[in-house]
Design a protein around this ligand. Sequence first.
Ligand SMILES: [Zn+2]
Length: 303
Amino acid sequence: MLKVGDFEIHSIVNGTMRLDGGAMFGVVPKVLWQRKCDVDDLNRILLATRTLLAINRRAGKVLLTDTGTGSKWPAEEAQRYGIAPDPQAMTRALAGLGLSDADVTDVIVTHLHFDHNGGATAWADEAKSSTVLRWPGARHWMHQRHWTYAHDPTPKDRASFLRRDIEAFESPGALTLVSAGEVRAGMGKTDARRTAACDAPCQGIEWFVSNGHTRAQLLPIFHGEGGPLLFTGDVIPTAAHLPVAWVMAYDLEPLVTMEEKESIYARCRGEGLKLAFPHDPHIPGVELEANADKPIIAQTLDL
Ligand SMILES: [Zn+2]
C-alpha cells in the first residue's frame, strides 16, 4: 500500500494475458526486449491487467481505475490472447481491507480497449444477450472525446473495442463524461487544468489526458503527501516501456506518446511524480531517479 495524502493506494492484479511482443514494443528489436519479458513460443509476452484501487476514507471514496479483461470471453478468443482473468480478485482485495463491492463509489475508465475495461461489465444472464455494470452503484468516469471515439475508431485500433464492453455504458446516466484538458477558444492551458480540478471524483485528483495511444485516455494523478502518483495507462504500460522510444505498435500516434512520456518524466524530475503501471506482471510502480536525464528506476513502489 502507498499512502498519498488521504488516499490509500493498492495495485491489484485482476488477471493476466499474453500479447505479441513485437506489437508491444513497436520498432524495438526482439534482441533487446526479450531480455526484459517472459516470451512464449508464439512470441507473446506475459502481461498483468491491474486495477489501481484508491481509498479515501475521509471523503468516503473507494475508487477503481481500470478493471481488466473481464470474463465475457468466448474460449477461442481468450486463448488467442492468453486471457486468464481472476474475476474474484477485486472482491477479495476489497474484503481484505474491510470493504465490499457495494462500497465502490467510482470507476475510472481510462479507455475502452478490451484489456483495460472489459471487467467493468458482465453478462446480464446465461443467454449472454446483454451486459450490466459490475459495480452498478458506482459513478463511472470517462473522457467525453474517448466515448465518442470508441463508437467510431480507426481501422488501426478497431479490434481493441468490443461491442459487448461498450453497450452497458450507453444506458442514460451510466457515465460521467469528463472534458478535462480540452483547450477551447479563448482558454489557455492553465485554465483548462483549472477546469479539470472540479471535474473529478474528489479533491486531490488531477487528470492527465493522453492522445498518443488512443484518443483522450483519462489517467488520474493522485495528489498529497507521499505523492503525487500517476496511473500511467497505456502511455507506459510496463517498466520495460520506460525508455522514451519504447512505445507500442498499437499506438495511433507514437510520436505523441513519446512527447507525453517526456512531459511525464519532466514532472517526475520536477515534482517527484511516481508511476503506477497497468500491465507489468512484476512491478506495480516505480519512483525514478530525480537527477537523471533519462528514466532510471530509483525504487519500485510497494503498491
Ligand atoms: Zn490500450
